[in-house]
Ligand binder design. Sequence first.
Ligand SMILES: Cc1cc2nc3c(=O)[nH]c(=O)nc-3n(C[C@H](O)[C@H](O)[C@H](O)COP(=O)(O)OP(=O)(O)OC[C@H]3O[C@@H](n4cnc5c(N)ncnc54)[C@H](O)[C@@H]3O)c2cc1C
Length: 466
Amino acid sequence: MDEAQIKKDLVDMLGKDKVLIKDLDLMYYSYDSSFFTKLEPKNPMAVVLPKSTEDVQKVMRYAYDNQINIIPRGAGTGETGGCIAVSGGIVLDLSSWDDIVEIDAANMQVIVRPGIIHAKLNEKLAEYNLFFPPDPGSSQMCTIGGMVANNASGLRAVKYGCTEQYVLGLEVVLPNGDVIITGGMKSKAIKNVSGLNLTKLMVGSEGVLGIITRIRLRCWPKPKARGIAMAVFDNLDDAPATVLEVYREGVLPSGIEILDSSAIQAVNQFKPEINLPDAEAILLFEVDGNPPGVEYEGNIIKEVAGRRARQVEWATDPKRMAQLWEGRSVTAAAAARVRPDGSRVFAGEDISVPLSKVADALRAIRALGEKHGVQVVNYGHIGDGNVHTAPVINPENPEEVERVKQLVDDIHLLAIEMEGSTTGEHGVGVVRRPYAEKEHGLAVKYMKGIKQVFDPRGIMNPDKLF
Ligand SMILES: Cc1cc2nc3c(=O)[nH]c(=O)nc-3n(C[C@H](O)[C@H](O)[C@H](O)COP(=O)(O)OP(=O)(O)OC[C@H]3O[C@@H](n4cnc5c(N)ncnc54)[C@H](O)[C@@H]3O)c2cc1C
């Protein structure tokens, strides 16, 4: 169908305020936060900014009838090209549809539209002494719709799990315009084992099955106290060993982060005043809960970490906690500055491996960096084996770009070899598609079968996932 006609039809259907068709506007939608889109940006044909389920339904029916691709988008903070119209089509930008429909504090849940920003939701929930625990580094930018679609997590997943644990029900507009409610049409229940679990199916489906237009989330009581411990190690293997020993003592921290020597050097170079101790690894533990419990668990961590660490500090004073955590909070920015002519690329950045293999994975990634001549900075959510790798290159140099592509391929394969996953939290999108068969085998055939049921015409976010 003629593009000019499609643009005209969209404007006629929704009004010009909800449709973007100018090249300059469309260019913004050719990127997300991935390195992939820096190399291969792709403008969509048009962008629609829906404000209601009916708006979404109209676009979906039109696209279905005319065989046009639809690509949902939240804030575009994804690292995998997931919200990009790689094979052309209409982007549905849900970021401005951001109402909190209802905070039902009595039933410990909240109902929102997809565009609400994670940090804003938690600010509002805090007024009710509640919170939505998953805590991505992109909290100030990413949408809850994007988090559900990517099953996002982050620093606190070790104790609180990923987004999926909190999604009680969804409204989803399917490619043919049907609207389904998962988790019970009228349900406000927290427990519900009725029917096939379509909620779980939709969470993490990366927009390939339908558009998530309403989200019912479980909330938790906000903990009253926090504490931070920092432990400094001269031997890399002592860091994961300490994590295991802390678990064995019956303590489950709300966050356990690692900075290896490459990250420690990057932080000290970026902000010398932070002055992290020179070491093979630093672990940061966050504990939350009620004040006596936090103190008790902090003391256990101090004692356990002290068996192997050169230095351990435990703090509950907010100023000192912020100082201890500062190194971790600037790591991503610091990684980007390790080379004056370089920048960090988001590729191969979030593999996950079994806890028992974290030290081996970090060593192997360093060796791969040397093999391909690419500087890498390593850190991550060690509590659940999620390793963050920041390759730093000059992206204007084609030869370096080629080398980083090979490095990243090796890192993904390493994850599978080590009984891990190519992605612990950022998802598959376009960039991890080549590993689908290797990672999932025959299961991919059945994933494709499920997609066929929801999207028989193949218009929903095509060329993603598998
Ligand atoms: C600095 C930084 C730090 C980050 N830290 C973390 C982290 O700690 N943990 C983590 O998990 N991720 C992290 N991310 C990745 C990213 O922020 C998350 O994946 C986030 O959930 C994406 O949300 P978004 O609104 O930006 O979605 P987008 O990037 O716009 O879209 C992501 C995917 O979701 C689909 N989608 C979006 N909205 C909908 C909808 N309403 N219905 C159906 N499909 C939809 C898109 O098609 C796409 O496939 C980080 C990113 C950055 C830039």
